[in-house]
Ligand binder design. Structure first.
Ligand code: CMC
Length: 393
């Protein structure tokens, strides 16, 4: 413990800015203490509460990861079974929410639908209790409901009937069941479960920070989570997985990669699926996803995107590796989802289905020692001057 504390202090000394320093994008600013997630950006390592992501993907399940994040320890078997039972109980949406989703324009982006329905669900929560227990209960229920919201919107926009949650399936398998109407093969369910584990948390990322800013005003958990959904949607963050697939469709063939990258960099365009504020090495989540993408490509004989990505990696390594720009999780997640038959605009909602566990865990942790987020700005507009009436401007 003492060793962990002194490591934390050393990190604070090395990265934090002095009061008054300006740091665009808050780069290098330490905004909170947390025991949930650690990224070693130089080594390309990721840990949830001290457990390496590779071990968790290999041995755990998304439900277990939720417990780990909410309670900062792994569950006993009875505790895990209890959480799984709660998830199954809370998956269904209020009937009025389904009716509401039906009224949303079918052309809406599913992230907009998700953000809107999270807000809507707050209006069904009539419990005035704001205790940590009541908020943990809300976190469990919201996490249970996220896949149902996304699948219900997707079915309704295609004029298909929503499918009620399956009482026996895992969180990941049930999502695919509600989306496609049939139970997924074991391997496919495992891939989705791994994806949810890999996306569940990631330290002080933009959407977690966004949700903490809202939470720090002592607003409610629904408002904080909808801030997270809104921040995740952008292509510099969660929206990159959708953007990667569009990029691969545009590049089309490995032989086009060199020219495409050359032209994109000449236009100062960011290459989607590369680069990260914290990782200056290969994102460990991308390494795991790449392996799933490779296996699925072999299985489905649908390897064109995989080949394009492989070539992209080589070209970017040669051009940008020196700058510490490596593949991030979004480079391979899109290919995996595509091969599972998932529509491109559902990629970022899947990220949200996982990250709601991280958002809520960080919110609950932050509220234990809450302080309002209120940074400063450097004013560089005109100095004080007299007001000029409209008629004289
Ligand atoms: N392609 C080309 N150049 C890049 C890229 C990229 N993807 N990322 C960074 N750079 C360059 C950038 O041009 C700049 O170069 P220079 O110093 O010569 O002007 C330098 O690297 C620093 O870039 P920055 O934008 O200041 O760095 P940042 O820490 O603000 O950027 C990032 C992080 C993720 C926004 C950026 O890497 C990016 O836009 N990547 C593409 C979008 C993407 O894949 N996002 C998903 C991130 S991982 C999933 C998640 O957690 O959301």
């Amino acid at each position: 413990m003492a060793e962990a504390n002194s490591r934390a202090e050393a990190l604070i000394q090395s990265v934090t800015k002095k009061p008054g320093d300006y740091s665009p994008g808050l780069e290098g600013v330490v905004a909170a203490r947390s025991r949930l997630c650690q990224i070693d950006g130089a080594a390309g390592k990721l840990y949830y509460v001290g457990y390496a992501i590779e071990d968790l993907v290999q041995n755990s399940s998304f439900e277990e990861i939720c417990f780990l994040l909410w309670y900062a320890r792994l569950p006993r078997i009875d505790e895990l079974e209890n959480l799984q039972k709660q998830f199954r109980e809370y998956r269904a949406l209020p009937a009025e929410a389904t009716t509401f989703i039906e009224l949303l324009p079918h052309t809406s982006h599913p992230m907009d639908a998700l953000r809107t329905v999270v807000s809507l669900l707050s209006t069904f929560d009539t419990n005035p209790e704001k205790s940590p227990e009541a908020n943990l209960h809300r976190a469990i229920r919201l996490t249970a409901q996220f896949p149902t919201i996304v699948a219900t919107f997707h079915r309704l926009r295609q004029n298909q009937k929503p499918i009620l949650p399956h009482p026996k399936l895992s969180h990941a398998a049930n999502f695919l069941y509600m989306l496609f109407g049939k139970e997924p093969e074991e391997m496919v369910g495992k891939v989705m479960d791994a994806s949810l584990i890999l996306h569940a948390d990631h330290e002080m990322n933009a959407s977690t920070f966004g949700s903490l800013v809202t939470a720090s005003t002592l607003s409610d958990i629904y408002s904080a989570v909808s801030s997270g959904v809104g921040a995740l949607k952008g292509p510099l963050h969660g929206g990159a997985n959708e953007a990667v697939l569009k990029m691969l469709q545009e590049i089309e063939d490995p032989k086009n990669v060199d020219t495409w990258v050359e032209q994109a960099l000449a236009k100062k365009q960011k290459i989607m699926g590369f680069g990260h504020r914290v990782y200056k090495n290969y994102d460990p989540r991308a390494r795991i996803f790449k392996e799933y993408a490779r296996r699925l490509s072999e299985k489905t004989k649908f390897s064109r995107f995989f080949q394009v990505n492989d070539k992209l990696e080589q070209v970017m390594q040669a051009r940008k590796g020196q700058q510490g720009i490596f593949p991030n999780i979004d480079l391979y997640s899109g290919i995996v989802y595509h091969q599972l038959g998932i529509p491109t605009d559902l990629f970022t909602p899947i990220f949200a289905i996982a990250r709601v566990a991280g958002w809520t865990a960080h919110i609950l942790e932050y509220w234990q020692d809450n302080r309002l987020f209120r940074p400063n700005a450097i004013y560089d507009g005109p100095g004080p001057r007299p007001y000029v009436a409209a008629a004289r401007r």
